[in-house]
Design a protein around this ligand. Structure first.
Ligand code: HEC
Ligand code: HEC
Length: 323
């Protein structure tokens, strides 16, 4: 047999080639070209406006992503998922780790998760993942997000699979959306509209009752209550009503987001201001211009006051009884 003549190091070499070959044929060839421009834009969105790592990372006692665990995913505690044990919702590991993360998922699979809410394994994603907002991403922003995700350090972090009582159903987040601005609305406001989608402001600032149902007519009107290790807080009314942020001007808005303070009052970290802080002045101005187009909604929410029952949303939040 001719094979006998092959030395064992050569056989080992052939075996290694065969195994690696099998690996590469399974791995995915990225379809979005990695360019410096996309890496920068992707980081700006992922670590900024889209705040992916506020959900997809373990968080420390102050609510910031734990160092070295960026994108490595976490099990959402029941207060956060609003899903009672033994059911659980998990933010998957989206780092490039091949075994426990997104390393073996294709760009097309990632794009489908972001835009259509379908996981790499074809499961329908729970609406906690804001794909119902991310579906507005332009093709180039979507490509940039995926290119950047591929560049972050791979973290080996096994997590359990989600356990839901039933398949996720369509909930308010898909249907309750602001009316699209008219095409002759000011350019800044229209740019702001796009940014507000990507920032998922409605996901937290829409008024919801304790059963997680949106209250009709109360988009951006706040009062949704968050119970977190870093404190319990209700989201603010962002409309221009006097009970909302009617008194804000552009400079005040930029100051709030950049500093996390409104005057002497520090904002709770549930509001992702440390993440939004990297936004350019132009983007912050555009977001503010958009917020100013929203119809005013009367809804008092004041986190410096004791929580009382609010007849409008059935939650307990500061100045609830004044509504
Ligand atoms: C508000 C929290 C939240 C934010 C913000 C968020 N995600 Fe998710 N994401 C989730 C949850 C929860 C799931 C899992 C849903 C499920 O399994 O039903 C998920 C699922 C995914 C999946 C599907 C993984 C799979 O198994 O196929 C991808 C990919 C993903 N997210 C990427 C991102 C990216 C990229 C961003 C930022 C642009 C982002 N997510 C922002 C909560 C979030
Ligand atoms: C993860 C949830 C979450 C998201 C996403 C979020 N917010 Fe907030 N936001 C909050 C909470 C909670 C508060 C109240 C914080 C407090 O009073 O300590 C808040 C407060 C604010 C305030 C301060 C209002 C005031 O003067 O009291 C502004 C302004 C604001 N958010 C704007 C935004 C904008 C714009 C977006 C989208 C780009 C956004 N938020 C996205 C949760 C969120």
């Amino acid at each position: 047999m001719r094979f006998r003549r092959l030395s064992w190091p050569f056989l080992v070499f052939l075996t290694v080639i065969a195994i690696c070959g099998a690996e590469t044929s399974k791995s995915v060839s990225p379809s979005f070209a990695r360019t410096p421009k996309r890496l920068m834009r992707g980081q700006y969105l992922v670590e900024g406006l889209a705040h992916c790592f506020d959900c997809h990372s373990e968080r420390d006692a102050k609510g910031n992503p734990v160092r070295g665990m960026k994108g490595a995913g976490r099990v959402l505690p029941p207060e956060e998922s609003r899903i009672a044990l033994p059911h659980l919702l998990v933010c998957p590991n989206i780092t490039p780790d091949r075994k426990t993360g997104a390393g073996s998922w294709s760009d097309a699979q990632l794009a489908r998760a972001l835009r259509d809410g379908i996981g790499h394994d074809a499961r329908i994603l729970d609406k906690t993942m804001p794909y119902w907002n991310f579906r507005n991403l332009t093709d180039e922003d979507l490509a940039s997000i995926i290119v950047f995700l591929r560049s972050i350090p791979a973290v080996h972090h096994p997590l359990p699979k989600r356990k839901l009582a039933a398949q996720p159903v369509t909930d308010w987040r898909a249907e309750v959306q602001p009316l699209a601005l008219a095409s002759d609305a000011p350019a800044a406001a229209r740019r702001g509209e796009y940014l507000v989608y990507i920032g998922n402001c409605t996901g937290c600032h829409t008024t919801t009752d304790p059963q997680n149902h949106a209250i009709p007519g109360m988009l951006f009107a706040g009062g949704r209550v968050f119970v977190r290790p870093w404190g319990t807080v209700a989201s603010a009314n962002l409309t221009r009503d006097a009970s909302g942020i009617g008194y804000y001007d552009e400079a005040q808005f930029i100051r709030t987001i950049r500093t996390g303070y409104v005057g002497a009052r520090p904002l709770n970290r549930t509001m992702p201001y440390p993440v939004y802080r990297n936004l350019t002045d132009d983007d912050l101005k555009a977001i503010f211009a958009y917020l100013r187009t929203l119809p005013p909604v009367v809804h008092r929410v004041d986190n410096t006051e004791a929580a009382t029952l609010c007849p409008k949303d059935k939650n307990r939040h500061g100045f609830g009884d004044r509504n």
